[in-house]
Write a protein that binds this ligand. Structure first.
Ligand code: HEM
Length: 365
């Protein structure tokens, strides 16, 4: 019976050839380590967010009077509602951590060079869009923390000269965070931003499939991509079919991802859901301290310590633009071996160090 069904499908869509093309024929460099699996784990993390998000959306009501209550109902009354909510909450933080690890890895591997400039730029855009998706999601439960964090984060664009005020009030749908902001953030969180992210994921993955994964130029000699003037799939000196070798590494890392999620749910349930997350938003009571989530603390702290707001927001904007266009700042003919690039390595170390210092400073100030 099974055989007949599979044959029926095979005749119509050529499944065998399709699987062969994407598993046995797709080769990965022999030196592809566990670090090279983080892009894939991020992809799985994104799918987990989509599935749990859809489950929450079935019961969530995007209205200031009912939003908080509907989230409480999901947590306390709907069967397994607490599980979907907790995975979605912890998963949001995990996806940010995974993207940062993946970004740092591809940077240190210098994989962004020709012909992978578009892969890098689509990645940076996804990084920004995922950040905005998390920020918009934070308002949805309509609790004290989310409400006041949104009041702070939505005022950041206002520091931009001329257009800033307009952007802030467009994001909020007025001067203050209100029910209009909630509807707007709901639309951003569940439709607008995910549509852009999914489109970028398709571009990102298609390019990786077309070009192949980059070799590690620490193990292999630098390739000649600088002079390449026609499309060429990456050829590795020693390579292995993605299945079963690299696929097993990916599977192991996905299991690690779920282990971390369930470890946090079991032993640190309040790590990303503090007590104030159980208090309904009250625009008349300002909490003693309002701090954005950990992934937004560095730019927030930078804005706080730089006395001139325009200078602070300009620095952040320049940083984002340089990150997006980074492949064009690194000359094509320079080596891809990070061991031969002490300046590049130092730059990465300084940026990461400053990011960590600002984040820790922001946490305790
Ligand atoms: C939602 C976010 C992202 C997803 C789902 C994703 C997905 C992937 C996947 C599946 C791969 C194949 C290799 C692997 O499994 O690691 C990959 C490779 C790559 N990614 Fe991402 N990625 C994301 C974000 C980023 C970011 C933020 C950057 C950098 C700014 C980036 C740049 C790259 C580059 C340059 C490669 C090619 C690496 C190579 O050829 O060695 N990606 N990504």
């Amino acid at each position: 019976m099974w055989g007949k069904i599979i044959h029926w499908i095979e005749v119509r869509i050529g499944l065998e050839e399709l699987v062969d093309k994407h598993s046995r024929e797709f080769h990965t460099p022999k030196g592809a380590t566990f670090w090279s699996t983080f892009g894939f784990v991020t992809l799985i993390a994104f799918i987990v967010q989509a599935v749990t998000g859809i489950m929450l959306m079935l019961y969530y009501i995007p209205h200031p009077e009912y939003a908080f209550k509907s989230v409480q109902t999901i947590t306390n009354e709907i069967p397994y509602g607490w599980l979907f909510r907790s995975i979605h909450n912890v998963g949001g933080n995990m996806i940010m951590a995974l993207i940062i690890i993946h970004l740092v890895h591809v940077f240190l591997r210098v994989s962004y060079k020709k012909p992978r400039e578009i892969t890098w730029m689509s990645g940076v855009l996804m990084f920004f869009l995922v950040l905005l998706t998390l920020i918009s999601g934070h308002l949805l439960p309509w609790h004290q923390i989310g409400f006041w964090q949104t009041t702070v984060t939505s005022s950041v664009p206002a520091f931009l000269p001329i257009i800033g005020e307009g952007i802030s009030s467009y994001i909020r749908g007025g001067e203050l965070v209100t029910g209009i902001t909630l509807s707007r953030f709901f639309a951003f969180h569940v439709v607008i931003l995910p549509v852009f992210i999914v489109t970028l994921i398709l571009i990102h993955v298609l390019l990786i499939r077309r070009q192949g994964l980059s070799t590690s130029s620490i193990i292999e000699p630098d390739d000649d991509t600088a002079t390449q003037d026609e499309f060429k799939r990456q050829v590795h000196l020693e390579s292995q079919p993605i299945f079963p070798y690299f696929a097993t590494k990916r599977l192991f890392m996905v299991i690690c991802y779920f282990t971390v999620i369930f470890f946090i749910l079991t032993f640190l349930p309040n790590l990303f859901m503090p007590i104030d997350a159980n208090i309904q938003a009250d625009p008349t009571i300002t909490p003693e301290s309002i701090r954005p989530e950990w992934y937004f603390l560095a730019p927030y702290q930078l804005m706080k310590i730089i006395p001139n707001d325009i200078l602070g927001i300009s620095l952040i904007t320049i940083f984002c633009a340089v990150l997006l266009l980074w492949p064009f700042f690194d000359p094509t003919e320079t080596s891809r071996n990070i061991h031969k690039r002490p300046l590049l390595f130092s730059l990465a170390a300084i940026v990461l160090g400053l990011w960590a210092i600002l984040t820790i400073w922001g946490m305790y100030s």
